[in-house]
Design a protein around this ligand. Structure first.
Ligand code: SAH
Ligand code: TMP
Ligand code: ZN
Length: 407
């Protein structure tokens, strides 16, 4: 665990604006009977005074987060499966028309790549988490189990040649050594190729007080301004941006090699909008910090009140985000006896730090609990639709984004 008091990108001064205290790794689920000590690190977030990049102050070594037993599986959400299928079709209809070569960084179980592969398009997934990529490989996708960075990019270039599209979702923000990734991407891109990545948008995190988006794996919280600065450093440029309605608010960045494409008007528009709202002003960050503390107080007060009145409350979705919520708020099995989750690799295990048992969705059935905390709030529509029965029996959902409320 290393503490970084200066910007991981430009070395500028980091102004810390929120500290959660010592936290476990968000996906380090505990197997029953395992009594080894849990690894804790200091979770705090700061902003670089020079390049404006919002980032964690402490870095967890990558091998501790992403390894053969990494439990997250992208295909657990039908909404996300649809999203990635349409992303793939967009590439097939434009950049990859006729033929081409697509590389995906952080392909996980092949949720996006499977549409590319099914179209017979040349592709390569790169992801260090072997267990997560098993499904992709067994469905015939080409995958390399390694960390994408400047060194592995050189090997890929030598063996596979340049790529027309390099795509990555919910991975670039996970990588403190992002400059090594960008240099690798720049070396691998065909002259007219594009680098497209999607990650949580700091603008949405602030607007919705989505403090649970902050955990070990989310090292960077991107803005358009900070990514535009970052792109320049590797000889690339930001040529398009799009706001996405997935995972509670994400942004898609499109980069090209410098001078290869004309930036769209949307880039300048979003830069103006970020400046107009003072997204990274100290006053905004201070308001965010107050709002996070209010959320914590309100959620704890509600759960304690329900317990006091003998109500049955469980959790829904053992998300990585829930690790921040339960550990920062001090929520354990005394307040939530279990959390249900549809990921087989998570079931039967305990949440990190807070040690709440994770059970399959079948545990969420008649007799239903009276309340359920929706930790997977970014999948609210899909889950509430699936669990209509719960509402019919009088069950109520507890949400804490954008503030604590019951529906
Ligand atoms: N793209 C999927 C998976 C996101 S989870 C989705 O959007 O749902 C993040 C994935 O990135 C994990 O599978 C992890 O193993 C992988 N990853 C982390 N660091 C990486 C790196 N340097 N290169 C490639 N993959 C990486
Ligand atoms: P995510 O917010 O990081 O994508 O994680 C969502 C978690 O919620 C993941 O562990 C899977 C789980 N989940 C369910 O249990 N049921 C569902 O219907 C959906 C969409 C997700
Ligand atoms: Zn900086």
């Amino acid at each position: 665990m290393s503490a970084v008091s200066s910007c991981r990108i430009c070395g500028g001064h980091l102004h810390e604006f929120f500290e959660f205290g010592r936290q476990p790794l968000a996906n380090a689920l505990i197997s029953p009977g395992h009594d080894g000590e849990e690894l804790l690190f200091r979770l705090a977030v700061g902003i670089c005074r020079s390049c404006t990049m919002v980032q964690l102050t402490d870095e967890v070594p990558r091998e501790l987060m992403f390894h053969d037993a990494y439990p997250y599986r992208s295909s657990g959400s039908a909404f996300m499966r649809d999203h990635f299928e349409s992303v793939a079709h967009e590439f097939l209809d434009t950049e990859l028309k006729g033929n081409g070569f697509l590389i995906e960084i952080g392909c996980n179980d092949g949720v996006m790549l499977r549409t590319i592969a099914a179209a017979g398009m040349r592709h390569l997934g790169v992801d260090p988490s072997r267990g997560a990529t098993e499904a992709a490989r067994s469905q015939g996708m080409r995958v390399r189990n390694c960390f994408f960075d400047e060194a592995s990019a050189a090997g890929i270039l030598a063996e596979e040649g340049p790529a027309n599209v390099i795509y990555s979702a919910n991975t670039i923000s996970h990588v403190p050594y992002v400059e090594s990734i960008f240099n690798g991407v720049a070396s691998l891109l065909a002259p007219g190729g594009i680098f497209v990545f999607e990650d949580p948008y700091f603008g949405d995190i602030v607007e919705r007080t989505a403090f649970d988006q902050i955990y070990d794996e989310h090292f960077f919280l991107f803005t358009v301004r900070s990514v535009a600065n970052l792109a320049e450093r590797s000889g690339m440029q930001l040529v398009d941006v799009a706001h996405l309605p997935v995972h509670g608010g994400e942004i898609r960045f499109t980069l090209s090699l410098r001078g290869a494409r004309e930036p769209t008007a949307r880039v300048a528009e979003m830069l103006r909008a970020e400046d107009a709202r003072g997204l990274t002003d100290l006053a905004t960050l201070q308001r965010f910090s107050m709002a996070v503390q209010n959320s914590r107080r309100a959620l704890l007060a509600l759960l304690r009140d329900l317990r006091g009145r003998g109500k049955r409350v469980v959790g829904y979705g053992a998300t990585a985000k829930s690790a921040t919520v339960t550990n920062y708020c001090g929520i354990g099995p005394d307040l939530l006896p279990f959390i249900v989750d549809n990921t087989p690799a998570k079931q039967g295990r305990l949440t990190p730090g807070s040690h709440i048992p994770i059970r399959p969705p079948e545990a969420f059935s008649r007799p239903y609990p009276e309340f359920a905390v929706l930790f997977a709030w970014n999948h609210a529509r899909e889950i509430m639709e699936k669990e209509r029965e719960f509402r019919k029996t009088g069950g109520r959902w507890i949400l804490y984004v954008p503030q604590v409320h019951v529906v």
